[in-house]
Design a protein around this ligand. Structure first.
Ligand SMILES: NC(=O)c1ccc[n+]([C@@H]2O[C@H](COP(=O)([O-])OP(=O)(O)OC[C@H]3O[C@@H](n4cnc5c(N)ncnc54)[C@H](OP(=O)(O)O)[C@@H]3O)[C@@H](O)[C@H]2O)c1
Length: 321
């Protein structure tokens, strides 16, 4: 059965939904023997994810582009551990991973949640477009480096977005040499996040590793820092008094699907699935991102394999094949 067919067959009945919080999902689950890594685990949805996981007993590694800010955000949180990591810098990703591997510890869970959205044109590393480099390639490199630490039965969750609706991978202009568009740049990176989960699951399944992608919903967080308020109003994200528009989730609700994908036994046998509202998402039947669902190009196995190959060539890393 293809991932796309699985999408059509399993869409509800999980006991959780759009209004569930990460704490709801983890109620009664004991994670005291779980070590998790959450990129971006000190802001927005990632912070809520870290808090919920630690409350359930997990030990959470939080790699941070701004370690001082992460320490501040996680002050007093038992079980969270901050380390320096810049996903835009593959040497930083390598150094963080080497230090972690040196400790001899294993990881049960990686939630690749860090991300940037709709930034002004920015180039990193050898001239890579920043959304693709940070949101996708940085996580690709991190997960590859950490492969030796992944425990039997580990899960990797890729925080994608219904933003993927706007673009497939731009196979012929990955880095926007022909003209930059900040929304297409975000969209491409989020399609890449979803495809990463599809192929990682294909490669990891024989060894008991499974990967999932999630759309968290629409949530006001620091992610919107590059979008002026008048544009957010025009997009219908906020009301004139600045509060979230109808259909938006709280950050605690926004963290729920990633935590569900990380822990739910209902996902056994559905590796590579794209999830939304604590269930496997249905194929998108609309272009309305607030409704969501998944577009075919984000769960296409051939595209996932092609992206993996491309990412291997760009980063020089391929620890899964
Ligand atoms: N909020 C939404 O409505 C929404 C919807 C769909 C999908 N998502 C996805 O959810 C994820 C989390 O978003 P959020 O809303 O929680 O945003 P957020 O509060 O801005 O969190 C993003 C995190 O990513 C980190 N980050 C950015 N660049 C990095 C780099 N080069 N190296 C390491 N870390 C870096 C940020 O660190 P700094 O704070 O140090 O910059 C921050 O901790 C993103 O992948 C986003 O695409 C969000």
């Amino acid at each position: 059965m293809t991932t796309q067919q699985q999408q059509q067959h399993h869409t509800s009945g999980t006991g959780f939904g759009a209004h569930s919080t990460a704490d709801d999902v983890l109620a009664g689950i004991d994670l005291s023997h779980t070590t998790a890594l959450v990129t971006g685990g000190y802001s927005g949805l990632g912070l809520e994810t870290t808090l919920a996981l630690t409350r359930a007993g997990a030990h959470v590694i939080v790699p941070a582009r701004r370690p001082a800010a992460a320490e501040e955000a996680l002050r007093g949180v038992t079980g969270a551990e901050v380390h320096a990591l810049d996903l835009a810098d593959l040497e930083s990703v390598r150094a963080f991973s080497a230090d972690f591997l040196d400790t001899g510890r294993t990881l049960d869970l990686i939630i690749n949640g860090a991300g940037i959205m709709a930034c002004p044109e920015t180039r990193v590393g050898p001239g890579w477009e920043a959304h693709f480099a940070i949101n996708h390639l940085g996580h690709f490199a991190l997960t590859n480096h950490l492969r030796p630490a992944l425990a039997e039965g580990a899960r990797v969750v890729s925080v994608a977005s219904s933003g993927h609706f706007l673009s497939d991978v731009r196979w012929n202009d990955l880095h926007f040499r022909d003209g930059y568009d900040r929304w297409l740049a975000y969209a491409q990176s989020k399609t890449a996040n979803a495809l990463f989960a599809v192929h990682l699951d294909t490669l990891g399944a024989a060894g008991g590793l499974h990967a999932f992608a999630v759309h968290p919903g629409s949530i006001l967080t620091p992610l919107q820092r590059h979008i002026p308020l008048d544009e957010q109003l025009a997009q219908g994200w906020i009301t004139p008094d600045g509060t979230p528009a109808a259909g938006f989730k709280t950050p605690a609700q926004g963290a729920a699907t990633a935590v569900w994908a990380a822990t739910s036994p209902l996902l056994d046998g559905h590796g590579g699935a794209y999830c939304q509202d604590c269930a496997i998402a249905e194929p998108a039947h609309t272009d309305d991102m607030l409704i969501g669902g998944v577009k075919p190009w984000a769960v296409d196995r051939e595209a996932a394999s092609r992206l993996w190959q491309l990412s291997t060539e760009l980063t020089g890393l391929d620890l899964f094949t």
